[in-house]
Ligand binder design. Structure first.
Ligand code: NAD
Ligand code: 6OD
Length: 497
């Protein structure tokens, strides 16, 4: 029998907190279990931070602001982050093992996306901040002597970073990178499902000489646990979250006390629009990626596909064919494209939508169930990639974020209708438009009420661009110089000449 999880079972890991440059057990004395999504076995015991641990982490972060970190020039700070980036790349095998064990995602995907982006997130922001200019205005005055105005930025302070499980290192460093480049210190609360890479990063921070207290990691859950303790701590100056929209609502309430700033990257119910003039091969390949990459656990993923009617039948047939060729399995299985969902709990949630869709009259074009392997993977949290047609636009599977390997395909007749359908959502994160007509692309893209529109591509990232969502998909934009908006305080200096 294929023992899919044998390599993951090598040793039971223990993840401690990382506070003030040292690994420490939680003073709460509590530990929680982390199970493999591949076969449900116990792979780690994780220390759960209590109030006292969170307080210690925040105080360490504040002390580091006033210590050697706060005294570094931007260049010296950014040079350290460039070293850090290289050191993460040098230890990519260790990060890869940790990420793959926690998430069960295909090793190839993590090696090509998650880990390199974890390194790049430090290098890109170090370069941007090192080379940052400032605004300057020459201001006329009545006395004819004038004044000059210039802008200065300084770090915001201690940043609470709350991150999710779907791209753990990538999404955590996407926030820690700019936060540190701008001179802040951080207390990170990774998802309870994926504690490993954030913990390992502490070791690398120490190796490159990032001062103690600059990067702290506390483990635990959200409400009534480390996440809530961190967001309620008055020593935290700003909170950046990637997670569900309702988590954003809870954190916003916590941040209201003391009027602390927030930056939120939240859920999505993203549309793909395929016009009849699209290059069909490109649109199929792109939609297979956007619906099924990371088993659909990508906030930018396409869960609603709208196809212009003349192409509809052919598109559905080709997407079905592509989905049925995807290989589901454990991270190292030959040719694997699709790993498990993150947990049994998430599997139950996704399957509940598979059930709802059937009840609400969907045609299940493919999938809709749980794959049977006949080995240890049957105890994991896999689901089949699934395509539906025929659901009403107001049904729950079309309105709500599922966050699994699933999409619904519906036909449309006019450009106007496509834009209306795509915009008819509480969410506003991303969209993908497939057309070979340049004028149409320029017409449609700006009308979509989302933070990011991809034309003839999906998840093609340039880290200098603004990233974020509108409506229930987020608050604020991060990326490139846009990250300064949240990670710095800006002052204007006016000098009368
Ligand atoms: P989640 O909101 O359940 O958890 C995210 C983090 O918030 C975790 O660390 C969790 O412990 C913490 N948390 C939960 N409740 C909290 C509370 N009340 N106070 C403080 N912390 C709290 O999200 P998830 O299930 O880990 O991730 C999936 C979700 O994240 C999806 O909705 C997905 O769309 C979204 N997401 C968005 C983006 C984006 O860029 N917009 C990127 C990735 C994921
Ligand atoms: O690429 C990024 O910077 C980013 N924040 C991606 C988010 C993916 C969501 O799952």
């Amino acid at each position: 029998m294929h023992d899919a999880a044998a390599p993951l079972r090598a040793a039971l890991k223990e993840h401690k907190l990382f506070i003030d440059g040292q690994y420490a057990p939680a003073t709460s004395g509590k530990l929680f279990d982390k199970f493999s999504p591949v076969d449900g076995t116990l792979i780690a015991r994780v220390h759960e931070a209590g109030l006292e641990d969170v307080d210690r982490a925040v105080k360490a972060a504040r002390a580091a602001l006033a210590g050697p970190w706060g005294r570094l020039t931007a260049k010296a700070r950014c040079d350290l982050l460039l070293d850090l980036s290289q050191r993460i790349a040098a230890r990519s095998d260790d990060f890869l093992e940790a990420e793959v064990a926690d998430t069960g995602k295909p090793r190839k995907m993590a090696a090509e996306l998650d880990i390199p982006r974890g390194a790049a997130n430090f290098a890109v922001f170090a370069d941007i901040i090192k080379n940052l200019g400032s605004e300057f205005y020459d201001t006329p005055t009545h006395d004819g002597l004038g004044a000059i105005n210039y802008g200065v930025v300084r770090p915001k302070g201690v940043i609470g970073v709350i991150s999710p499980w779907n791209l753990p290192l990538l999404l955590m460093t996407w926030k820690v990178g700019p936060a540190l480049a701008c001179g802040n210190t951080v207390v990170v609360k990774p998802s309870e499902e994926t504690p490993a890479t954030a913990t390992l990063l502490g070791e690398v921070m120490n190796d490159v000489g990032i001062p103690p207290g600059v990067y702290n990691v506390i483990h635990g859950f959200g409400p009534g646990s480390a996440g809530e303790f961190l967001t309620r701590h008055p020593g935290v100056d700003g909170i950046t979250l990637t997670g569900e929209s309702r988590t954003g609502e809870a954190i916003m309430q916590a941040a209201a006390v003391g009027l602390r700033d927030v930056s939120f990257e939240l859920g999505g119910k993203n549309a793909g629009i395929v016009f009849a003039d699209a290059d069909l091969d490109k649109a199929i390949e792109g939609t297979l990626r956007s619906a099924f990459l990371n088993s659909g656990q990508v906030c930018l993923g396409t869960e609603r596909v709208y196809v212009e009617r003349p192409l509809f039948e052919q598109f559905v047939a080709r997407l079905k064919e592509g989905a049925e060729k995807l290989v589901i399995g454990a991270p190292g299985d030959p040719g694997v494209n699709l790993g498990p969902l993150i947990s049994k709990e998430h599997q139950r949630k996704v399957l509940s939508y598979y059930e709802k869709a059937r009840e609400q009259g969907a045609t299940v074009v493919t999938g809709g169930g749980v794959p049977v392997f006949g080995d240890a993977r049957d105890d994991g949290s896999f689901v089949e990639p699934t395509i539906w047609t025929g659901l009403a636009e107001d049904s729950a599977p079309i309105r709500e974020e599922i966050f699994g390997p699933v999409c619904h395909i519906a036909p449309f007749d006019t450009e106007e209708e496509a834009v209306r359908l795509a915009n008819d959502s509480e969410y506003g994160l991303a969209a993908a438009v497939w057309t070979e007509n340049l004028a149409r692309a320029h017409r449609v893209a700006p009308r979509l009420e989302v933070g990011i529109v991809w034309v003839n591509s999906w998840f093609l990232r340039d880290l200098r661009t603004a990233f974020g969502g509108s409506k229930r998909s987020g608050i604020g934009r991060e990326g490139g110089v846009h990250s300064l908006e949240f990670y710095t305080e800006r002052s204007n200096v006016c000098i009368k000449l």
